[in-house]
Design a protein around this ligand. Structure first.
Ligand code: AN7
Length: 360
């Protein structure tokens, strides 16, 4: 049985995107709401990035979702609809975050999940989530694109529901990030910057903004700038990348499923999709963390892109900018500790501690 939604004691507390945006969601009175109260994530003003760029920069921190990434927004809808349709099992291919979300929401729904991931190429935190939520994990000697091909085939031939972003309910749910940004700012940003991997999210954000504009909830649309990792930038190159490579494993994707829709979002918004190097990703990752926000490495593509656009002198002065931070840094803590100075080890002695801290 599904728990009742929003008992009186939760008044004023965020109830998850399916309830908060119910009138914009593909749900009816009989749809079971499978939720971990995703969404409602913080929009954080960045003084550091605003000072550097001369813009008003905000970070939409979707790492604050229940499983630590924006994928929860789409998964609550996909799993609720799968449950409504009577599905017992779901399957997805993943670079990690989708599998974590699918595993968690399937567990909440009492369904089984199978996840197909590239062997050795997903962050330990994400693998840990799939394991602990009880998903069946298949690791393939291949990349994400090959894993997705396998999953599409299995879903065609067997009674399992595909919950990758080729499932339209995933896109429906992910639109909510754009709506929250508008609700939080009281307007649409001038520029919306985000990482691009399989390109479901850029598709969803652009749809979200357009729908808010069509309903006169915002006056103007943002310009959307997407960023791929340099070794995995098929949309930038205009051709598939057979062997995508980047340290940002979340966006190590060579043949995005929503390629055409990403190009449409780019062109309709008069934006761009460009590449950022692994070095730029790491620099942006550290910069954002120094101001208190621990976002996943791949997430930092939005901020790396912002800094590059600033260096190129193409940012309109005073523009309101939102950078999406799509995942939590704890997914892959290795990147945080890599290159850190050696630990300071001391006996338990206050004088020695004071000395080490330069206080004595
Ligand atoms: C943190 O989990 O594709 O362009 O299988 O984990 O919508 O694919 C993850 C992608 C950005 C790219 N940021 O979003 C997966 C997967 C993070 C991500 C993306 C992903 P899309």
């Amino acid at each position: 049985m599904t728990a009742p939604v929003a008992p009186a004691t939760t008044a004023g507390v965020w109830r998850g995107i399916l309830v908060e945006y119910a009138d914009r969601m593909p749900i009816g009175p009989d749809t079971p709401i499978v939720t971990l109260r995703e969404g409602g994530t913080p929009l954080i003003h960045s003084e550091e990035l605003s000072d550097r760029t001369g813009c008003e920069v905000h970070l939409k921190y979707d790492g604050a979702n229940p499983t630590g990434s924006f994928k929860d927004r789409g998964m609550t809808v996909a799993i609720s609809k799968a449950k409504e349709a009577g599905a017992r099992a779901v399957i997805c291919a993943s670079t990690g975050n989708t599998s974590a979300a699918a595993a968690a929401y399937a567990a909440k729904a009492g369904m089984t999940a199978a996840v197909v991931v590239p062997r050795g190429k997903i962050a330990l935190g994400k693998l840990a989530q799939a394991v602990i939520h009880g998903a069946t994990i298949l690791q393939i000697d291949g990349n994400f694109d090959e894993a997705l091909t396998i999953c599409r085939e299995l879903a065609d031939r067997h009674p399992v529901e595909l919950v990758n972003s080729v499932n339209p309910y995933r896109i429906d749910g992910q639109r909510t990030a754009a709506w929250e940004i508008c609700d939080q700012l009281g307007r649409a940003p001038d520029l919306h910057l985000m990482p691009v991997g399989n390109a479901g999210n850029i598709t969803a954000q652009w749809r979200g903004y357009r729908e808010y504009r069509d309903d006169a909830l915002i006056d103007a649309l943002p310009v959307v700038h997407g960023f791929q990792a340099a070794g995995a930038a098929p949309i930038v190159a205009g051709e598939r990348v057979e062997r995508p490579e980047t340290i940002a494993s979340a966006i190590r994707i060579g043949n995005p499923a929503s390629w055409d829709r990403a190009v449409a979002a780019r062109d309709e918004s008069h934006g761009t999709i460009t590449a950022v190097t692994d070095r730029e990703l790491l620099a942006a990752f550290r910069l954002v963390a120094r101001a208190g926000v621990f976002a996943e490495l791949a997430s930092s593509a939005s901020v790396a892109g912002l800094l590059r656009m600033h260096a190129e002198g193409v940012l309109p002065r005073g523009a309101t900018v939102v950078c999406m931070l799509t995942g939590h840094g704890l997914k892959d803590p290795e990147w945080a500790v890599a290159g850190a100075p050696p630990a300071v080890v001391l006996p338990p002695d206050a004088d020695r501690a004071a000395e080490a801290l330069g206080l004595a």
